[in-house]
Design a protein around this ligand. Structure first.
Ligand code: UDX
Ligand code: UDX
Ligand code: ADP
Length: 469
């Protein structure tokens, strides 16, 4: 019987190991973190992250074979398999600042394992990391290992998307397990594969070498983000020509070589992974002296910045080139629907430019707290505390947020935003009342009938007769 420990109780480690515990009731799984508050939340009825279905999984397993703790050393000693799921943010200072991943947390966790282990371990790199991180981990572990204690390193990247994490974990497209091409490496690969085989069909559990596995994770995220930047680039052409980006995406998606998924135009992608992973790839390409390759991937991020800027600018220009002292109701602050996560959310950049134009911003998001909004907005390059206090308000009720506003700006694709009573919203707003749909989720013709001026990304401003609006 194996025992599992997971270091890092975040968006990746928490749901992943909770599902392992659910599917493998005979395996004890302990998730540890340095952050006592986070662990307390995992042990309470209010989990630290919002993820549909997660509460049910945790409730079923917690105390049975799933444990949350800050006793990191004990959990390391007891485990046979240790997942490293700590954060790997983009470096803020020093060499590679703004591009390279900050591996300080991975290194600290690895050193801890080396320091306290009293038996051999399989150490699994779960956080998304730059290619060859496993090599650094291996060197740290080997340099610190003692007699008869062996460490095998595996790369087992996680492909879950937030908002659908539980479904993604229960029915993954594939599980990748990378190892060194040694007999011990392959043996460790099999041990981990047996864990997943409890619920994932064997053909979907793919083994490969360590570097391929690490690069596959970066590549998959880069390709996904590139599709969004591609459709967003087309959305600008659509607006300028009268084509409809949804129609273009539908037509292209019917080509079986292209496929329909991940072609929804938007105000821009966000989340903790896409930008970070592409910048990692850019940094890697530059370090390998491949400037053309670096430039190619960098353009995916640049286009995303452009899309956010373009959307914010269109709001200002449609509101008669000034939003000073106007109220703008921003619906959605999370980086996508069905999550409370705000990391790299497009809403942040959009709101930053509104604040810069001295507008009053009324934010409504079903899952994001006022404290979280403040944490994201009061930052260098976004806004000062004084600007935040004077110009930003968070509303639990969307109707309150839109009262006396000049415009509603949709930044997140929460389904409930399409279900609101737009007549009621319209009646309480300044006229002309505008809606800017950055997610293509609203019924624009219906809103126009109510009297709204409607702008939708990738769609013609005023539909001409004979065209489908
Ligand atoms: C992503 C990957 O999908 C996942 O496999 C990986 O493990 C982590 O990174 P995540 O960031 O959680 O997951 O969400 P995802 O659904 O990929 O969305 C990322 C961003 O792209 C969101 O802001 C989303 O709104 C946006 N998006 C997505 C679009 O704008 N259009 C689309 O068609 C799809
Ligand atoms: C293309 C489109 O596929 C087709 O739908 C359109 O009508 C005309 O343009 P074609 O140029 O005939 O068709 O061939 P295609 O199979 O698309 O290949 C184009 C080039 O891409 C070839 O040089 C091919 O070798 C190359 N290719 C294709 C790759 O290098 N890798 C691939 O995975 C696929
Ligand atoms: P991700 O989205 O990759 O899961 P998060 O930031 O949500 O990232 O979670 C990472 C978690 O890892 C945080 O809760 C952080 O406190 C924890 N962590 C970071 N370093 C260590 C460490 N050395 N030991 C234990 N936990 C750590």
């Amino acid at each position: 019987m194996v025992k599992i420990c997971c270091i890092g109780a975040g968006y990746v480690g928490g749901p992943t190991c909770a599902v392992i515990a659910l599917k493998c009731p005979h395996i004890p799984v302990t998730i540890v973190d340095l952050n006592q508050d986070r662990i307390d939340a995992w042990n309470s009825d209010t989990l630290p992250i919002f993820e549909p279905g997660l509460q049910e999984v945790v409730t079923q397993c917690r105390g049975r074979n799933l444990f949350f703790s800050t006793a990191i050393d004990d959990a390391i000693r007891a485990a046979d398999i240790i997942f490293v799921s700590v954060n790997t943010p983009t470096k803020k200072n020093g060499l590679g600042a703004g591009f390279a991943a900050d591996l300080a947390y991975v290194e600290a966790a690895t050193r801890r394992i080396a320091a306290v282990a009293q038996s051999s371990k399989i150490v699994v790199e779960k956080s998304t990391v730059p290619c060859r991180t496993a090599e650094s981990m291996r060197r740290i572990l080997e340099a610190n290992s003692r007699d008869a204690i062996r460490f095998e390193i595996l790369s087992n990247p996680e492909f879950l998307a937030e908002g659908t994490a539980i479904a993604d974990l229960m029915q993954p497209d594939r599980i990748l397990i990378g190892s060194l091409p040694t007999p011990e490496g392959r043996k460790a690969q099999h041990v981990l594969a047996d864990v997943y085989a409890e619920w994932v069909p064997r053909p979907q559990i793919i083994t490969m070498n360590l570097w391929s596995s690490e690069l596959s994770k970066l590549a998959a995220n880069a390709l996904l983000a590139q599709r969004i930047s591609s459709i967003n680039a087309l959305s600008a052409i659509c607006e300028a020509t009268g084509a409809d980006v949804d129609e273009v995406a539908y037509a292209c998606g019917l080509d079986s070589r292209i496929g329909p998924k991940f072609l929804k135009a938007s105000v821009g992608f966000g989340g903790s992974c896409f930008q970070k992973d592409i910048l990692n790839l850019v940094y890697l390409s530059e370090s390998l002296h491949l400037p053309e390759v670096a430039q190619y991937w960098k353009q995916v991020v640049d286009l995303n910045e452009y899309q956010k800027r373009r959307f914010a600018q269109s709001v200002v220009s449609r509101l008669f080139n000034t939003i000073t002292n106007k109220r703008l109701a921003v619906f959605g602050f999370a980086f996508k629907k069905n999550t409370g996560d705000t990391r790299e959310s497009a809403a942040i950049a959009v709101i930053a430019s509104f604040l810069n134009e001295r507008a009053h911003v009324h934010i409504h998001d079903p899952e994001v707290s006022a404290a979280q909004i403040e944490l994201e907005l009061v930052q260098p390059g976004v806004c000062t505390q004084a600007v935040y206090d004077a110009q930003v308000h968070r509303f639990a009720d969307p109707y309150e947020a839109a009262k006396d506003a000049d415009a509603i700006v949709i930044c997140t694709e929460w389904e409930q935003f399409a279900q609101l009573d737009y007549q009621r919203l319209y009646d309480s707003m300044h006229k002309p009342a505008f809606v800017f749909d950055g997610r293509l989720i609203l019924d624009a013709p219906k809103l126009r009938q109510i009297g709204f001026q409607v702008e939708v990304i990738g769609k013609p401003a005023a539909p001409k007769p004979g065209f489908n609006a």
